[in-house]
Design a binder for this molecule. Structure first.
Ligand SMILES: Cc1ncc(C[n+]2csc(CCOP(=O)(O)OP(=O)(O)O)c2C)c(N)n1
Ligand code: SF4
Length: 297
């Protein structure tokens, strides 16, 4: 991560005006990301913000950093490739819950278990918004979408628990209605050396009338402040708190936990690769030609 000049959050914004609907939670996520970049004094030319396809995935367009608006479900492997080619680059992935947990869900396990130094920010609006209201893996049971007019029969996915199980070394949840908290969590996630996952509850007022700003009002609780959850290396405790994530789906009085669930220092994949290269004097001495020979008919 390169340290550069002092820049204000607005200095990370491009001249392109967001095309999101008024009141979209993703505006606040954009501000939180810019605020984190500014606090960390990052050089915009040392950041790549990578997305897939979706309303949320337009986010890199509004930034002055390098950006890659890739394919639906493929932002994570694109980001992994960028990180391998340029390990000194800060690589941040900004995608929706459909992108991250439906079509692209299979990629998360591998960047997490490898502990690649990437930050995955999911704007979780519990719906496919760009394609006009189909249910996503985080939609609540019974939610009606354009292709599920009688309500979905699927139980929602607990993405916090999933990422803990995959071996992510930083797992957090925050809320677009609290951009200060979102900014602080994103800052911590980028600072963390290794794979960091930040789920941001980001309402879509156009297609989701269930999980609205009104719904979350007074319903979130900060697990650091309320429960004093500060031993962040305690994975059993992190799993315990992750159980609370789903409570509000069935109990109208249950709170929605926000904060950092888990954080652990662990060697990154890039560090391991650098060591391997050093051990081989920067040269892999691998005979590619003989490999091709093996596969000749
Ligand atoms: C390979 C592929 N499959 C499907 C689509 C259609 N598609 C575009 S965006 C999207 C889902 C968007 O939902 P999400 O990722 O949650 O983002 P949001 O729009 O809610 O921010 C789908 C299914 C596509 N563009 N490419
Ligand atoms: S449809 Fe929903 S997610 Fe998409 S821009 Fe509008 S409010 Fe945001």
């Amino acid at each position: 991560m390169a340290i550069a000049m002092e820049l204000k959050p607005k200095d990370y914004r491009s001249d392109i005006e967001p095309t999101w609907c008024p009141g979209c939670g993703d505006f606040s996520v954009t501000s939180a990301i810019c605020s984190a970049y500014s606090k960390l004094k990052l050089d915009p030319y040392q950041i790549t913000t990578v997305s897939g396809i979706g309303c949320s995935s337009r986010l890199p367009l509004w930034l002055k950093t390098f950006g890659f608006h890739s394919c639906h479900g493929r932002a994570v492997p694109v980001a992994a490739g960028i990180k391998m080619a340029k390990p000194e680059m800060t690589v941040v992935i900004t995608i929706g819950d459909g992108d991250a947990f439906s079509i692209g869900g299979g990629h998360n396990a591998h960047v997490a278990r490898r502990n690649m130094d990437l930050t995955l920010i999911v704007m979780d609006n519990n719906i496919y918004a760009l394609t006009k209201k189909q249910v996503s893996p985080t939609s609540r049971l019974g939610m009606k979408g354009s292709t599920t007019p009688y309500g979905t029969l699927d139980e929602p996915m607990n993405t916090i628990r999933l990422m803990l199980a995959y071996g992510a070394t930083f797992v957090a949840q925050t809320y677009a209605g609290n951009p200060r908290h979102s900014g602080e969590v994103i800052e911590q996630a980028i600072l963390h050396k290794g794979f960091s996952f930040v789920n941001i509850l980001s309402p879509c007022p156009t297609y989701n009338q269930d999980e609205t700003f009104e719904y979350y009002k007074g319903r979130t609780e900060n697990i650091q402040e309320v429960y004093g959850h500060t031993n962040l290396e305690d994975k059993a405790k992190a799993f315990e708190f992750s159980e609370k994530v789903m409570g509000h789906r069935t109990d109208p009085n249950a709170k929605v936990p926000v904060g950092i669930f888990y954080k652990k220092a662990q060697e990154t994949f890039e560090e391991k690769v650098a060591k391997l290269k050093k051990r081989n004097n920067g040269n892999d001495n691998f005979d590619v030609a003989s490999l091709f020979e093996d596969y000749k008919p």
